[in-house]
Design a protein around this ligand. Structure first.
Ligand code: CP
Ligand code: NVA
Length: 307
């Protein structure tokens, strides 16, 4: 019987056991970089938005697995505009063994998954950034040994990165507090998912508008840009609204001394985070970026194996 192909569009596509297994495999892959598991395989990266880390880490990851990779920009493909997502998905499935897509609406990557015969990985949508969250929590585990019972405080916009972090932290028993202005809280369904997971794993999940209260005793401080890709026109308005959620030395002083400072990058230095925090010894932002490579190789191998 042919195995049903699997997509990775959101953290909730994985079970807790699968996340732990992925982390174990990521550790191994980080030690021995080169494999030939993707020999004769072709991977297509579709980018409807800009990217540095996602593009380069996937491309290098495929090379390290022995495969070939190509990146397709809106100028070349423009899925959903030049042709329907459905037709693009069905055509690409005839050439490629795996598709990674960065899109605007989450529905677009779901539609790619629905019509593609090969696995689809979400390389960021307006709703989720699951590869980032996997790499981030793998990084915390690497630094702290285990994540269960630790508290991650996310400051700023309740966006795609925040949504994926809420899913993974709650599934792994890690507490998460989101400090954000009124009207910028994470997605309601995601919060409900996280609360429900928390009931099983013991993780507490909360949203507050008070950044100082939130960061007291934090093990991890996390932030992301205040205006995500596609929201550039709101940047000036948001800069005012989010000002007090900036990670700076004053706020950092309220967290644990050894609190990790995290950011998915790219960062707007001097906006959501100051230089002295981003460049402090507590900052692990480039470890997060490196771990994208290793964790994505683990997820690509898993999907290619049909598991
Ligand atoms: N963190 C991240 O996804 O970076 P890019 O937008 O550069 O891919
Ligand atoms: N929230 C950001 C993440 C970038 C990696 C965005 O969507 O632009």
């Amino acid at each position: 019987m042919p195995v049903k192909k699997r997509d990775f569009l959101s953290i909730s596509d994985l079970s807790v056991e699968e996340i732990h297994a992925l982390f174990a495999r990521t550790e191994e892959l980080k030690k021995s970089r080169f494999l030939d598991a993707f020999k004769n395989k072709a991977v297509g990266l579709i980018f409807q938005k800009p990217s540095l880390r996602t593009r380069v880490s996937f491309q290098v990851g495929v090379w390290q697995l022995g495969g070939q990779c190509m990146s397709l920009s809106p100028a070349e493909v423009n899925i959903g505009v030049r042709e329907s997502i459905k037709d693009a998905a069905r055509t690409l499935s005839r050439y490629l063994d795996l598709i990674v897509a960065r899109v605007f609406k989450h529905r677009e990557v779901e539609e790619l998954g629905q019509y593609s015969l090969v696995p689809v990985i979400n390389g960021l949508s307006d709703s989720y950034h699951p590869c980032q969250a996997l790499a981030d929590i793998f990084t915390v585990k690497e630094k702290r040994g285990s994540v269960n019972g630790l508290t991650l405080v996310y400051l700023g916009d309740g966006n795609n990165v925040c949504n994926s972090l809420l899913q993974i932290t709650s599934m792994l028993g890690m507490n998460m507090k989101v400090a954000c202005p009124k009207g910028y809280a994470p997605n309601k369904e995601v919060l409900e998912f996280a609360q429900a997971q928390g009931k099983k794993t013991g993780a507490t999940i909360m949203v507050t508008q008070d950044p100082k209260d939130a960061v007291r005793g934090a093990d991890v401080l996390y932030t992301d840009v205040w205006a995500s890709m596609g929201q550039e026109r709101e940047a000036a308005k948001r800069a005012k609204i989010f000002k007090k959620y900036q990670i700076n030395k004053e706020l950092m002083g309220l967290a644990k001394n050894n609190a990790l400072v995290m950011h998915c990058l790219p960062a707007h230095r001097g906006a959501e985070i100051t230089d002295d925090c981003l460049d402090s010894p507590n900052s692990v932002v480039f470890d997060e970026a490196e771990n994208r490579l290793h964790v994505q190789k683990a997820i690509m191998l898993k999907l290619a194996e049909g598991r």
